[in-house]
Ligand binder design. Structure first.
Ligand SMILES: CC(=O)N[C@H]1[C@@H](OP(=O)(O)OP(=O)(O)OC[C@H]2O[C@@H](n3ccc(=O)[nH]c3=O)[C@H](O)[C@@H]2O)O[C@H](CO)[C@@H](O)[C@@H]1O
Ligand SMILES: C=C(OP(=O)(O)O)C(=O)O
Length: 426
Protein backbone atom coordinates (compact mmCIF):
# COMPACT_ATOMS: atom_id res chain seq x y z
CA UNK A 1 0.00 0.00 0.00
CA UNK A 2 1.23 3.45 -0.82
CA UNK A 3 1.68 6.36 1.57
CA UNK A 4 2.36 10.06 1.27
CA UNK A 5 5.45 11.38 3.05
CA UNK A 6 5.63 15.11 3.83
CA UNK A 7 8.40 17.15 5.39
CA UNK A 8 6.48 20.15 6.64
CA UNK A 9 7.30 23.78 7.15
CA UNK A 10 7.71 25.20 3.63
CA UNK A 11 5.37 28.08 2.70
CA UNK A 12 3.64 27.13 -0.56
CA UNK A 13 4.28 29.58 -3.40
CA UNK A 14 3.35 29.64 -7.06
CA UNK A 15 0.54 28.51 -9.35
CA UNK A 16 -1.55 25.41 -8.77
CA UNK A 17 -3.99 24.09 -11.37
CA UNK A 18 -7.49 23.18 -10.12
CA UNK A 19 -9.02 20.13 -11.83
CA UNK A 20 -12.56 19.41 -12.96
CA UNK A 21 -14.97 18.69 -10.12
CA UNK A 22 -15.28 15.09 -8.93
CA UNK A 23 -18.86 15.59 -7.77
CA UNK A 24 -19.89 17.09 -11.10
CA UNK A 25 -18.09 14.37 -13.08
CA UNK A 26 -19.86 11.65 -11.10
CA UNK A 27 -23.28 12.93 -12.15
CA UNK A 28 -22.34 13.91 -15.72
CA UNK A 29 -21.04 10.42 -16.56
CA UNK A 30 -24.40 8.67 -15.85
CA UNK A 31 -26.16 11.47 -17.77
CA UNK A 32 -24.61 9.89 -20.89
CA UNK A 33 -26.99 6.93 -20.39
CA UNK A 34 -29.88 9.24 -21.31
CA UNK A 35 -29.05 9.39 -25.01
CA UNK A 36 -27.94 7.05 -27.76
CA UNK A 37 -25.71 9.81 -29.13
CA UNK A 38 -22.19 10.60 -27.86
CA UNK A 39 -21.68 12.89 -24.87
CA UNK A 40 -18.19 14.35 -24.72
CA UNK A 41 -17.02 15.56 -21.32
CA UNK A 42 -14.03 17.92 -21.23
CA UNK A 43 -11.96 18.79 -18.17
CA UNK A 44 -12.81 15.46 -16.58
CA UNK A 45 -10.51 14.92 -13.59
CA UNK A 46 -8.21 11.88 -13.57
CA UNK A 47 -9.51 10.22 -10.44
CA UNK A 48 -10.10 6.68 -9.22
CA UNK A 49 -13.83 7.42 -8.83
CA UNK A 50 -14.11 8.70 -12.39
CA UNK A 51 -12.38 5.57 -13.72
CA UNK A 52 -14.66 3.40 -11.64
CA UNK A 53 -17.79 5.18 -12.87
CA UNK A 54 -16.49 4.72 -16.41
CA UNK A 55 -16.31 0.95 -15.77
CA UNK A 56 -19.84 0.99 -14.34
CA UNK A 57 -21.38 2.59 -17.42
CA UNK A 58 -19.23 0.38 -19.70
CA UNK A 59 -20.82 -2.62 -18.06
CA UNK A 60 -24.28 -1.16 -18.92
CA UNK A 61 -23.31 -0.93 -22.59
CA UNK A 62 -21.76 2.54 -22.80
CA UNK A 63 -18.49 2.85 -24.70
CA UNK A 64 -15.94 5.28 -23.28
CA UNK A 65 -13.13 6.76 -25.32
CA UNK A 66 -10.45 8.89 -23.72
CA UNK A 67 -8.50 11.59 -25.52
CA UNK A 68 -5.53 13.29 -23.96
CA UNK A 69 -3.95 10.30 -22.24
CA UNK A 70 -0.67 12.18 -21.83
CA UNK A 71 0.08 11.92 -18.12
CA UNK A 72 1.77 15.34 -17.92
CA UNK A 73 -1.53 17.12 -18.61
CA UNK A 74 -4.20 17.52 -15.92
CA UNK A 75 -7.71 16.42 -16.83
CA UNK A 76 -8.84 14.66 -19.96
CA UNK A 77 -11.62 14.42 -22.51
CA UNK A 78 -13.95 11.43 -22.46
CA UNK A 79 -16.59 10.57 -25.03
CA UNK A 80 -19.34 8.32 -23.74
CA UNK A 81 -21.75 6.63 -26.11
CA UNK A 82 -24.67 4.62 -24.83
CA UNK A 83 -25.89 3.63 -28.31
CA UNK A 84 -27.82 0.76 -26.81
CA UNK A 85 -28.16 0.06 -23.10
CA UNK A 86 -27.26 -3.64 -22.96
CA UNK A 87 -27.96 -4.17 -19.26
CA UNK A 88 -30.10 -2.36 -16.70
CA UNK A 89 -28.41 -4.08 -13.75
CA UNK A 90 -25.53 -2.18 -12.17
CA UNK A 91 -22.47 -4.18 -11.05
CA UNK A 92 -22.59 -4.84 -7.31
CA UNK A 93 -18.81 -4.80 -6.81
CA UNK A 94 -18.58 -1.24 -8.18
CA UNK A 95 -21.73 0.14 -6.53
CA UNK A 96 -20.62 -1.07 -3.11
CA UNK A 97 -17.29 0.75 -3.48
CA UNK A 98 -18.73 4.01 -4.73
CA UNK A 99 -21.90 5.54 -3.35
CA UNK A 100 -22.40 7.86 -6.29
CA UNK A 101 -23.18 4.74 -8.39
CA UNK A 102 -26.81 5.11 -7.27
CA UNK A 103 -26.89 7.92 -9.87
CA UNK A 104 -27.43 5.35 -12.65
CA UNK A 105 -30.93 4.72 -11.24
CA UNK A 106 -32.66 7.82 -12.67
CA UNK A 107 -31.07 7.66 -16.15
CA UNK A 108 -31.72 3.90 -16.54
CA UNK A 109 -35.35 4.27 -15.48
CA UNK A 110 -35.83 7.30 -17.70
CA UNK A 111 -34.28 5.69 -20.77
CA UNK A 112 -35.20 2.00 -20.35
CA UNK A 113 -38.13 1.95 -17.90
CA UNK A 114 -36.25 -0.37 -15.55
CA UNK A 115 -33.19 -0.52 -13.35
CA UNK A 116 -31.71 -2.92 -10.86
CA UNK A 117 -29.13 -1.25 -8.65
CA UNK A 118 -27.49 -2.75 -5.55
CA UNK A 119 -28.01 -0.71 -2.37
CA UNK A 120 -24.79 1.27 -2.05
CA UNK A 121 -24.70 0.99 1.75
CA UNK A 122 -23.08 3.40 4.16
CA UNK A 123 -19.49 4.54 4.32
CA UNK A 124 -17.01 5.92 6.83
CA UNK A 125 -18.79 9.27 7.16
CA UNK A 126 -22.32 8.01 7.82
CA UNK A 127 -25.18 5.62 7.05
CA UNK A 128 -26.15 7.51 3.88
CA UNK A 129 -29.55 5.94 3.07
CA UNK A 130 -31.09 6.24 -0.42
CA UNK A 131 -34.78 6.49 0.62
CA UNK A 132 -35.12 9.96 -0.95
CA UNK A 133 -33.82 8.70 -4.31
CA UNK A 134 -36.43 5.93 -4.25
CA UNK A 135 -39.28 8.25 -3.20
CA UNK A 136 -38.38 10.58 -6.07
CA UNK A 137 -38.61 7.72 -8.57
CA UNK A 138 -41.98 6.67 -7.06
CA UNK A 139 -43.27 10.23 -7.44
CA UNK A 140 -42.56 9.83 -11.17
CA UNK A 141 -44.62 6.64 -11.29
CA UNK A 142 -41.92 3.99 -10.80
CA UNK A 143 -42.66 0.84 -8.85
CA UNK A 144 -39.87 0.16 -6.39
CA UNK A 145 -39.07 -3.06 -4.62
CA UNK A 146 -36.05 -3.53 -2.39
CA UNK A 147 -35.02 -7.15 -1.92
CA UNK A 148 -31.83 -9.14 -1.41
CA UNK A 149 -29.77 -5.95 -1.28
CA UNK A 150 -31.02 -4.65 -4.63
CA UNK A 151 -33.34 -1.83 -5.65
CA UNK A 152 -35.61 -3.06 -8.45
CA UNK A 153 -37.30 -0.14 -10.16
CA UNK A 154 -39.80 -0.48 -12.98
CA UNK A 155 -41.83 1.93 -15.08
CA UNK A 156 -43.05 -0.28 -17.94
CA UNK A 157 -45.06 2.53 -19.54
CA UNK A 158 -42.30 5.07 -18.95
CA UNK A 159 -41.96 7.62 -16.17
CA UNK A 160 -44.70 10.25 -15.72
CA UNK A 161 -43.94 13.83 -14.69
CA UNK A 162 -44.95 14.63 -11.10
CA UNK A 163 -44.18 16.63 -7.98
CA UNK A 164 -41.18 15.57 -5.92
CA UNK A 165 -41.10 17.27 -2.54
CA UNK A 166 -37.93 16.46 -0.65
CA UNK A 167 -38.21 16.58 3.18
CA UNK A 168 -34.48 17.34 3.44
CA UNK A 169 -32.01 18.59 0.87
CA UNK A 170 -30.11 15.81 -0.90
CA UNK A 171 -27.60 16.45 -3.66
CA UNK A 172 -27.68 12.91 -5.06
CA UNK A 173 -31.47 12.51 -4.85
CA UNK A 174 -31.92 15.86 -6.66
CA UNK A 175 -29.52 14.69 -9.39
CA UNK A 176 -31.32 11.35 -9.78
CA UNK A 177 -34.71 13.11 -9.85
CA UNK A 178 -33.51 15.54 -12.51
CA UNK A 179 -32.04 12.84 -14.73
CA UNK A 180 -35.20 10.73 -14.40
CA UNK A 181 -37.52 13.68 -15.10
CA UNK A 182 -35.93 14.90 -18.34
CA UNK A 183 -37.30 11.95 -20.34
CA UNK A 184 -40.56 11.55 -18.35
CA UNK A 185 -43.91 12.14 -19.90
CA UNK A 186 -45.09 15.63 -18.84
CA UNK A 187 -43.94 18.18 -16.31
CA UNK A 188 -42.03 17.63 -13.06
CA UNK A 189 -41.51 19.97 -10.16
CA UNK A 190 -38.67 19.22 -7.74
CA UNK A 191 -39.28 21.06 -4.47
CA UNK A 192 -36.59 21.59 -1.80
CA UNK A 193 -34.04 20.71 -4.46
CA UNK A 194 -30.32 20.92 -3.71
CA UNK A 195 -28.80 24.14 -5.06
CA UNK A 196 -25.16 23.02 -5.28
CA UNK A 197 -23.14 24.30 -8.28
CA UNK A 198 -22.74 20.64 -9.37
CA UNK A 199 -26.55 20.47 -9.80
CA UNK A 200 -26.36 23.55 -12.00
CA UNK A 201 -23.55 21.91 -13.97
CA UNK A 202 -25.69 18.80 -14.51
CA UNK A 203 -28.72 20.87 -15.53
CA UNK A 204 -26.64 22.91 -18.00
CA UNK A 205 -25.24 19.75 -19.55
CA UNK A 206 -28.74 18.23 -19.83
CA UNK A 207 -30.05 21.45 -21.41
CA UNK A 208 -27.22 21.23 -23.96
CA UNK A 209 -28.48 17.70 -24.70
CA UNK A 210 -31.98 19.05 -25.37
CA UNK A 211 -33.63 18.85 -21.94
CA UNK A 212 -36.11 21.52 -20.81
CA UNK A 213 -35.16 22.63 -17.30
CA UNK A 214 -35.74 25.83 -15.31
CA UNK A 215 -34.92 26.89 -11.78
CA UNK A 216 -31.68 24.92 -11.34
CA UNK A 217 -29.61 26.61 -8.66
CA UNK A 218 -32.81 27.47 -6.74
CA UNK A 219 -34.88 25.32 -4.38
CA UNK A 220 -37.50 24.56 -7.05
CA UNK A 221 -36.53 22.95 -10.34
CA UNK A 222 -39.10 22.58 -13.12
CA UNK A 223 -38.63 20.06 -15.91
CA UNK A 224 -40.71 19.60 -19.04
CA UNK A 225 -40.13 16.03 -20.25
CA UNK A 226 -38.94 15.51 -23.83
CA UNK A 227 -39.09 12.25 -25.84
CA UNK A 228 -35.34 12.08 -26.43
CA UNK A 229 -32.04 13.81 -25.77
CA UNK A 230 -29.14 14.21 -28.15
CA UNK A 231 -25.37 14.23 -27.77
CA UNK A 232 -23.27 17.26 -26.86
CA UNK A 233 -19.87 18.41 -25.64
CA UNK A 234 -19.70 19.78 -22.12
CA UNK A 235 -16.87 21.15 -19.95
CA UNK A 236 -16.95 19.91 -16.35
CA UNK A 237 -16.90 22.78 -13.82
CA UNK A 238 -13.81 23.43 -11.74
CA UNK A 239 -13.62 21.63 -8.39
CA UNK A 240 -14.59 24.08 -5.64
CA UNK A 241 -13.70 21.58 -2.90
CA UNK A 242 -10.26 20.90 -4.35
CA UNK A 243 -9.76 24.68 -4.59
CA UNK A 244 -10.87 25.15 -0.98
CA UNK A 245 -8.56 22.38 0.16
CA UNK A 246 -5.51 23.95 -1.50
CA UNK A 247 -6.53 27.35 -0.13
CA UNK A 248 -6.30 25.86 3.38
CA UNK A 249 -2.94 24.30 2.48
CA UNK A 250 -1.60 27.65 1.24
CA UNK A 251 -2.92 29.45 4.32
CA UNK A 252 -1.62 27.03 6.97
CA UNK A 253 1.91 27.28 5.52
CA UNK A 254 1.81 31.10 5.37
CA UNK A 255 2.03 30.81 1.59
CA UNK A 256 1.00 32.69 -1.53
CA UNK A 257 -0.63 30.48 -4.17
CA UNK A 258 -2.69 31.24 -7.25
CA UNK A 259 -5.33 28.57 -7.75
CA UNK A 260 -5.63 28.45 -11.54
CA UNK A 261 -9.17 27.88 -12.74
CA UNK A 262 -10.76 28.30 -9.31
CA UNK A 263 -14.07 30.10 -9.50
CA UNK A 264 -14.75 32.28 -6.45
CA UNK A 265 -18.47 32.45 -7.28
CA UNK A 266 -18.89 28.77 -6.28
CA UNK A 267 -16.91 29.40 -3.20
CA UNK A 268 -18.57 32.19 -1.23
CA UNK A 269 -19.28 30.53 2.12
CA UNK A 270 -15.77 29.06 2.20
CA UNK A 271 -14.23 32.37 1.09
CA UNK A 272 -16.06 34.21 3.86
CA UNK A 273 -14.67 31.88 6.53
CA UNK A 274 -11.16 31.92 5.06
CA UNK A 275 -11.19 35.72 5.07
CA UNK A 276 -12.51 35.78 8.64
CA UNK A 277 -9.56 33.52 9.51
CA UNK A 278 -7.15 36.11 8.13
CA UNK A 279 -6.59 34.60 4.68
CA UNK A 280 -6.50 37.09 1.83
CA UNK A 281 -8.31 36.08 -1.38
CA UNK A 282 -8.06 37.93 -4.64
CA UNK A 283 -9.77 37.03 -7.91
CA UNK A 284 -7.22 37.11 -10.74
CA UNK A 285 -7.59 36.69 -14.50
CA UNK A 286 -6.64 33.04 -14.18
CA UNK A 287 -8.20 32.08 -10.85
CA UNK A 288 -7.90 32.91 -7.18
CA UNK A 289 -4.82 34.16 -5.33
CA UNK A 290 -4.62 32.96 -1.71
CA UNK A 291 -2.21 34.53 0.78
CA UNK A 292 -1.75 34.33 4.51
CA UNK A 293 0.97 36.30 6.19
CA UNK A 294 -0.36 37.28 9.59
CA UNK A 295 -1.25 33.86 11.05
CA UNK A 296 -4.61 32.12 11.28
CA UNK A 297 -7.45 33.55 13.38
CA UNK A 298 -10.14 31.31 14.92
CA UNK A 299 -13.58 31.11 13.28
CA UNK A 300 -16.79 29.21 13.98
CA UNK A 301 -18.25 27.07 11.18
CA UNK A 302 -21.49 25.13 10.78
CA UNK A 303 -21.97 22.90 7.75
CA UNK A 304 -25.22 23.12 5.79
CA UNK A 305 -26.32 22.49 2.19
CA UNK A 306 -25.26 25.06 -0.44
CA UNK A 307 -25.08 28.06 -0.39
CA UNK A 308 -23.90 27.57 3.21
CA UNK A 309 -20.61 26.05 4.29
CA UNK A 310 -20.02 22.61 2.67
CA UNK A 311 -19.48 19.51 4.78
CA UNK A 312 -16.81 18.50 2.25
CA UNK A 313 -14.61 21.39 3.52
CA UNK A 314 -15.07 20.82 7.25
CA UNK A 315 -12.06 18.53 7.82
CA UNK A 316 -9.64 20.72 5.84
CA UNK A 317 -10.74 23.89 7.69
CA UNK A 318 -10.36 22.05 10.99
CA UNK A 319 -6.75 21.18 10.13
CA UNK A 320 -6.06 24.82 9.30
CA UNK A 321 -7.80 26.10 12.45
CA UNK A 322 -5.80 23.72 14.64
CA UNK A 323 -3.00 26.32 14.34
CA UNK A 324 -5.26 29.37 14.89
CA UNK A 325 -4.62 31.94 17.60
CA UNK A 326 -7.69 30.95 19.66
CA UNK A 327 -10.73 28.69 19.91
CA UNK A 328 -12.90 27.71 16.91
CA UNK A 329 -16.16 25.77 17.13
CA UNK A 330 -17.13 23.56 14.19
CA UNK A 331 -20.56 21.96 13.89
CA UNK A 332 -21.24 19.18 11.38
CA UNK A 333 -24.94 18.90 10.50
CA UNK A 334 -24.88 16.77 7.33
CA UNK A 335 -23.10 13.51 8.19
CA UNK A 336 -23.21 11.85 11.60
CA UNK A 337 -19.65 10.46 11.56
CA UNK A 338 -17.50 13.07 9.91
CA UNK A 339 -14.93 13.65 12.63
CA UNK A 340 -12.73 10.63 11.93
CA UNK A 341 -9.78 12.96 11.29
CA UNK A 342 -9.88 14.37 14.82
CA UNK A 343 -7.98 11.49 16.46
CA UNK A 344 -5.33 11.63 13.75
CA UNK A 345 -4.92 15.43 13.99
CA UNK A 346 -4.51 14.95 17.76
CA UNK A 347 -1.61 12.57 17.09
CA UNK A 348 0.05 15.55 15.42
CA UNK A 349 -0.51 17.74 18.47
CA UNK A 350 -3.89 19.35 17.71
CA UNK A 351 -6.19 20.10 20.66
CA UNK A 352 -9.75 19.16 19.66
CA UNK A 353 -12.72 18.06 21.76
CA UNK A 354 -15.74 16.49 20.12
CA UNK A 355 -19.15 16.51 21.75
CA UNK A 356 -21.92 15.16 19.54
CA UNK A 357 -22.02 17.22 16.36
CA UNK A 358 -19.67 19.90 17.69
CA UNK A 359 -15.88 20.01 17.68
CA UNK A 360 -14.04 22.61 19.75
CA UNK A 361 -10.62 23.34 18.28
CA UNK A 362 -8.16 25.11 20.56
CA UNK A 363 -5.40 26.50 18.40
CA UNK A 364 -1.90 25.24 19.28
CA UNK A 365 1.46 26.89 18.51
CA UNK A 366 2.78 24.00 16.44
CA UNK A 367 1.92 20.61 15.00
CA UNK A 368 4.41 17.74 14.94
CA UNK A 369 4.82 15.22 12.14
CA UNK A 370 3.49 11.72 12.82
CA UNK A 371 2.32 8.57 11.06
CA UNK A 372 -1.41 9.04 10.55
CA UNK A 373 -4.15 6.98 9.00
CA UNK A 374 -6.52 8.38 6.40
CA UNK A 375 -10.12 7.19 6.90
CA UNK A 376 -12.01 8.97 4.13
CA UNK A 377 -11.36 11.40 1.33
CA UNK A 378 -11.58 14.78 3.08
CA UNK A 379 -10.19 13.43 6.36
CA UNK A 380 -7.12 12.37 4.35
CA UNK A 381 -6.77 15.85 2.90
CA UNK A 382 -6.95 17.39 6.37
CA UNK A 383 -3.94 15.26 7.36
CA UNK A 384 -2.02 16.40 4.28
CA UNK A 385 -2.78 20.03 5.17
CA UNK A 386 -1.66 19.52 8.76
CA UNK A 387 1.46 17.70 7.55
CA UNK A 388 2.45 20.60 5.29
CA UNK A 389 2.68 22.87 8.34
CA UNK A 390 3.93 20.35 10.89
CA UNK A 391 7.49 20.16 12.16
CA UNK A 392 9.29 17.06 10.91
CA UNK A 393 7.92 14.21 8.84
CA UNK A 394 4.31 13.17 8.43
CA UNK A 395 3.32 9.90 6.81
CA UNK A 396 -0.27 9.64 5.61
CA UNK A 397 -1.26 6.02 5.15
CA UNK A 398 -4.14 4.65 3.01
CA UNK A 399 -3.57 6.99 0.11
CA UNK A 400 -6.30 5.34 -2.00
CA UNK A 401 -8.85 7.60 -0.30
CA UNK A 402 -7.03 10.68 -1.66
CA UNK A 403 -6.86 9.22 -5.16
CA UNK A 404 -10.67 9.19 -5.21
CA UNK A 405 -10.85 12.96 -5.19
CA UNK A 406 -7.49 14.74 -5.68
CA UNK A 407 -5.86 14.52 -9.10
CA UNK A 408 -2.10 13.97 -8.74
CA UNK A 409 -1.98 15.69 -5.39
CA UNK A 410 1.74 15.29 -4.71
CA UNK A 411 2.67 16.68 -8.14
CA UNK A 412 0.49 19.74 -7.65
CA UNK A 413 1.85 20.40 -4.15
CA UNK A 414 5.50 19.78 -5.15
CA UNK A 415 5.09 22.34 -7.92
CA UNK A 416 4.33 25.02 -5.30
CA UNK A 417 7.31 24.04 -3.17
CA UNK A 418 6.02 21.34 -0.82
CA UNK A 419 8.37 18.54 0.17
CA UNK A 420 5.94 15.71 -0.51
CA UNK A 421 6.35 12.27 -2.04
CA UNK A 422 4.41 9.11 -2.63
CA UNK A 423 6.21 6.05 -1.34
CA UNK A 424 5.45 2.39 -0.95
CA UNK A 425 4.04 1.92 2.52
CA UNK A 426 3.16 -0.68 5.14
C1 LIG B 1 -20.77 12.36 -5.33
C2 LIG B 1 -21.30 13.52 -4.58
O1 LIG B 1 -21.79 14.47 -5.14
N1 LIG B 1 -21.15 13.47 -3.23
C3 LIG B 1 -21.57 14.60 -2.44
C4 LIG B 1 -23.04 14.48 -2.17
O2 LIG B 1 -23.27 13.23 -1.53
P1 LIG B 1 -24.76 12.70 -1.40
O3 LIG B 1 -25.52 13.05 -2.60
O4 LIG B 1 -24.65 11.26 -1.03
O5 LIG B 1 -25.26 13.53 -0.15
P2 LIG B 1 -26.73 14.01 0.16
O6 LIG B 1 -26.86 15.46 -0.14
O7 LIG B 1 -27.69 13.07 -0.47
O8 LIG B 1 -26.80 13.80 1.75
C5 LIG B 1 -27.27 14.81 2.62
C6 LIG B 1 -27.92 14.17 3.83
O9 LIG B 1 -29.12 13.54 3.41
C7 LIG B 1 -29.17 12.20 3.88
N2 LIG B 1 -29.93 11.42 2.89
C8 LIG B 1 -29.54 11.45 1.58
C9 LIG B 1 -30.22 10.70 0.64
C10 LIG B 1 -31.31 9.91 1.05
O10 LIG B 1 -31.97 9.22 0.27
N3 LIG B 1 -31.68 9.91 2.37
C11 LIG B 1 -30.99 10.66 3.31
O11 LIG B 1 -31.34 10.64 4.49
C12 LIG B 1 -27.69 11.80 3.98
O12 LIG B 1 -27.50 10.68 4.83
C13 LIG B 1 -27.08 13.06 4.50
O13 LIG B 1 -27.24 13.14 5.88
O14 LIG B 1 -23.45 15.57 -1.32
C14 LIG B 1 -22.82 15.57 -0.04
C15 LIG B 1 -23.41 16.71 0.77
O15 LIG B 1 -23.06 17.92 0.23
C16 LIG B 1 -21.32 15.69 -0.20
O16 LIG B 1 -20.71 15.52 1.05
C17 LIG B 1 -20.77 14.61 -1.14
O17 LIG B 1 -19.44 14.89 -1.47
C1 LIG C 1 -18.21 12.54 0.63
C2 LIG C 1 -17.62 12.77 -0.53
O1 LIG C 1 -17.80 12.05 -1.66
P1 LIG C 1 -18.75 10.80 -1.97
O2 LIG C 1 -20.15 11.25 -1.90
O3 LIG C 1 -18.34 10.44 -3.36
O4 LIG C 1 -18.43 9.75 -0.94
C3 LIG C 1 -16.70 13.91 -0.74
O5 LIG C 1 -16.41 14.23 -1.91
O6 LIG C 1 -16.23 14.49 0.24
Amino acid sequence: MEKIVIRGGTPLKGKLQISGAKNAALTLIPAALLTEEPLTLRNLPRLADVDMFGHLVNQLGTSTEIEGKRPEVFGRVMTLKAGRVTSTTAAADIVRKMRASILVLGPLLGRCGEAKVPLPGGCEIGARPVDLHLKAMEALGAEIEVSAGYVHARAPKGLQGGRIDFPIVSVGATENALMAAVLANGDTEIVNAAREPEIVDLAQCLIGMGAKIEGHGTGTIRVRGVPRLHGDTYRVMSDRIEAGSYACAAAITGGDVELIGADARDFEAVAEKLEAAGVSLEQTDEGLRVRCTGGIRPVNITTHPYPDFPTDMQAQMMAMLSLASGVSVLTETIFENRYMHVGELERMGADIQVSGRTATVRGVKRLKGAAVMATDLRASMSLIIAGLAAEGTTEVLRVHHLDRGYERLEEKLSAVGADIQRASGD
